[in-house]
Structures are given as structure tokens and as C-alpha cells.
Design a binder for this molecule. Structure first.
Ligand SMILES: Nc1ncnc2c1ncn2[C@@H]1O[C@H](COP(=O)(O)OP(=O)(O)OP(=O)(O)O)[C@@H](O)[C@H]1O
Ligand SMILES: [Mg+2]
Length: 227
């Protein structure tokens, strides 16, 4: 069983794909525990299995073998509907390419997860504005994504990820599309969120970005090592 303070526990996670007559093992028995309030980086080169792992952490994909608990719940016991629900409640996703909806303004993008959660219009607007204020974008709430800089778009995406108050902020290469300066600003925001008690799991191939976290684990060829 997973321990109480652990928000995320993986035991012997394997992910493999049958490619023709060859079984390709991408994750080779991953063990990982993340405590509430930790800011952890998963660092590894291209092709090492980072996104594969992120998809399992985010309940977007299921492992071939092993056990995964999120907030004390065993993921293997859940059906698709329950998985969608836990994903919406527990995980705030941030991606390399922001993935904002182009026809919605900043504030409308941030409101989206609240629509899915059935929150009233007035409450949605209030929460979205609070979140945009938190990421320093009060003066850009009515801008469309193509009227925002890359760093601003990523901050909208972070506001959207956090507006539901998820248990984990899960980010895959969140600075991958940003120049160094802008990436550093986004990392400053992550460090602040961590200081406020957020649990953050960040995936990156960049050691300098990984160093923003309070703990680094390395993934190499489907194996995880601490430090
Ligand atoms: N659906 C799939 N079928 C077969 N192989 C896959 C599939 N998805 C991923 N892989 C393989 O798994 C390995 C790890 O891929 P993954 O996307 O997790 O790497 P990554 O560490 O995120 O790399 P990058 O830094 O380039 O994003 C790769 O060799 C890839 O070819
Ligand atoms: Mg990847």
C-alpha cells in the first residue's frame, strides 16, 4: 500500500509495446514516490521514456505491468470514467506547446477546466481572473493566444492547469518552446508555486531547468535513478 504523505507512488512500472514480433520495453520497472509539496524533476535525454512516464503519471495511458497509486487510490482499479474524473481533479497539465485554444481569450482558456467541472459562470470568471492575476497577467485577460508572447501563453497555460486546484502540477518540457530568459521567468513562477506548497512534477531534458526543482531523478533508457 502507498503511504499517507505520498501523493504519487509507482512500483515496478513497466511499459512495453509489441512491434511486429519484437517486444520493446520502454519503461523497465520504475519505482518512484513523490511526497505532497515536493517539486521534482524527471531528467532524461530524448527517447529515454519521459513522455511515456508522464502519460502514465497523468492517467492518460496505463502501464503494462506494475502498480500506480495517485492520492492513495490504485489506478488499475478504475474504469475510463473514473480515470477521466481523477485526471480532471488531481492533475493540472502543462505542455511544451502550451495547447491553448486559439479562438478563446486568455480568461476563457483558464475557465475551461471549470466548465468541465460544472462550476457556475460567475464563479468560473472569478477564479480564472484570480489565477491570471497570480501568474501576473491581469492586463492580458482579453488577449487571444496569438496576441500573447510565448512566455505569456505558457503562463496562461499554467493558470489553466491550476484553476481547479489540482493535487499535482504535471509539466512536460514547460520551457521547451521558450527562449532562455522567458524560460527562466516561467521557472521563477514554478519555484514560487512550490514555495506556496504546490506539488510539481516536471519533465525535462535540460539539466539547468531540472535544477529548479528540490529533487531530481534521472531516467535513462527506461530506468530511473535518484539524484
Ligand atoms: N505508441 C508507441 N509505440 C511504440 N513505441 C513507442 C510508442 N510511444 C513511444 N514509444 C517509444 O518509446 C520511447 C520513449 O519515448 P518517449 O516519448 O517517452 O521519449 P521522451 O523521453 O519523452 O523523448 P523526447 O525528449 O524526445 O520527448 C521511444 O523510443 C519511442 O519510440
Ligand atoms: Mg517527450
Amino acid at each position: 500500500m502507498a503511504k499517507e504523505a505520498e501523493i504519487l507512488t509507482m512500483r515496478g512500472i513497466v511499459k512495453s509495446y509489441q512491434m511486429g514480433d519484437e517486444l520493446q520495453v520502454i519503461l523497465k520497472g520504475i519505482n518512484l514516490s513523490v511526497q505532497r509539496g515536493e517539486f521534482i524533476s524527471i531528467l532524461g535525454p530524448s527517447g529515454s521514456g519521459k513522455s511515456t512516464m508522464m502519460n502514465i503519471i497523468g492517467c492518460l495511458d496505463s502501464p503494462s505491468d506494475g502498480e500506480y497509486w495517485l492520492s492513495g487510490k490504485r489506478i488499475a482499479d478504475m474504469n475510463d470514467k473514473e480515470l477521466a474524473k481523477i485526471r480532471g481533479r488531481e492533475i493540472g497539465f502543462v505542455f511544451q506547446q502550451f495547447q491553448l485554444l486559439p479562438r478563446l481569450t486568455a480568461v476563457q482558456n483558464v475557465e475551461l477546466p471549470l466548465i468541465y467541472a460544472g462550476v457556475s459562470q460567475a464563479e468560473r470568471n472569478k477564479k480564472a481572473l484570480e489565477m491570471l492575476d497570480r501568474v501576473g497577467l491581469t492586463n492580458k485577460i482579453r488577449n487571444y493566444p496569438n496576441q500573447l508572447s510565448g512566455g505569456q501563453q505558457q503562463r496562461v497555460a499554467i493558470a489553466r492547469a491550476l484553476v481547479n486546484n489540482p493535487t499535482i502540477l504535471l509539466a512536460d518540457e514547460p520551457t521547451g518552446a521558450l527562449d532562455q530568459n522567458t524560460g527562466e521567468q516561467v521557472m521563477g513562477l514554478f519555484r514560487e508555486l512550490h514555495a506556496e506548497g504546490r506539488t510539481i512534477v516536471m519533465i525535462t531534458h535540460d539539466h539547468n531547468i531540472a535544477k529548479n526543482a528540490s529533487r531530481i531523478v534521472q531516467i535513462l533508457d527506461g530506468n530511473l535513478t535518484e539524484g
